[in-house]
Design a protein around this ligand. Structure first.
Ligand SMILES: Nc1ncnc2c1ncn2[C@@H]1O[C@H](COP(=O)(O)OP(=O)(O)OP(=O)(O)O)[C@@H](O)[C@H]1O
Ligand SMILES: [Mg+2]
Length: 241
């Protein structure tokens, strides 16, 4: 089953003469458990694509389906809950809360979700696996970049999301820490059958992923073999939008 499907997705920012067509008709299908690298030059639309998939922004045209559910059909409130339970984000700048310690930062997505309880055992397991259990009472400013990124990975994984979206997660890390962080993401992907879409500028890392999707000028230029097989039947299929 496809966990994620995009049909003719377009994103236009701004109005009139300030318009930027950031995505120009993206079609893609992703299977459960795939670890995908997204590559492309600066400004090609990689972050825009992740933001749309993650529901941080909405497409101008087209459809996005996660677990067969059309995200556009959800109300804002439903989308927030759906996103929190199904999607984990890892950003380049970590985006940790400075006033919360490591444990509290990781538990934060659960705290927002009233229907759910803290699974202390699972949080401990995650922190131990990521090698930051000993740092659980420390604050972000007391940690190295690599440690902060591991906290942000733990936070992204705490709800056991089906999809993890990582936007240059190792962009600020040295090469040894990069290898470590990618290894942790991969291990998590395998253990919890998670699907990971990771933007990276690192060619060597991209080569270790299951698939590389290359975006240029808002279009997928390679890496979409799975979709291409069935795309003939979608030709002229604007009724899908
Ligand atoms: N909020 C916004 N408002 C207007 N234009 C935007 C906005 N966000 C992105 N853009 C434009 O959309 C295009 C795609 O941007 P995007 O951030 O997706 O690129 P990217 O591939 O992630 O680049 P980078 O590798 O530098 O992070 C760029 O031309 C950018 O200037
Ligand atoms: Mg970007």
């Amino acid at each position: 089953m496809n966990l994620l499907e995009l049909y003719h997705v377009e994103k236009v920012y701004g109005e009139k003469e300030n318009q930027v067509r950031a995505l120009k008709g993206i079609n893609m299908q992703v299977k459960e458990g795939e670890f995908i690298a997204i590559v492309g030059t600066s400004g090609s639309g990689k972050s825009t694509l992740l933001n749309l998939i993650g529901g941080l922004d909405t497409p101008t045209r087209g459809k996005i389906l996660i677990k067969g559910k059309e995200t556009d059909a959800l109300t804002r409130k439903e989308l927030t809950i759906f996103r929190r339970r199904n999607i984990g984000f890892v950003f380049q700048n970590y985006s940790l809360m400075p006033v919360l310690n490591v444990y509290e930062n990781v538990a934060l997505p659960i705290s927002f979700d009233r229907g759910r309880h803290h699974n202390r055992k699972y949080i401990e397991e995650l922190l131990r696996e990521l090698g930051i259990w000993e740092k659980r009472t420390k604050y972000p400013h007391e940690l190295s970049g690599g440690q902060q990124q591991r906290v942000s990975i733990a936070r992204a994984l705490v709800n056991k999301p089906a999809i993890v979206l990582a936007d240059e997660p190792t962009g600020n890390l040295d090469s040894a820490t990069t290898v470590e962080v990618i290894g942790l993401l991969k291990a998590s992907c395998r253990k919890y059958k998670q699907t990971i879409l990771m933007v990276t500028h690192n060619e060597a890392i991209a080569q270790t992923c299951d698939r590389i999707i290359h975006i240029e000028d808002g279009k997928i230029v390679s890496g979409n073999q799975i979709f291409d097989v069935g795309s003939a039947s979608l030709k002229g299929g604007d009724d899908l939008c």
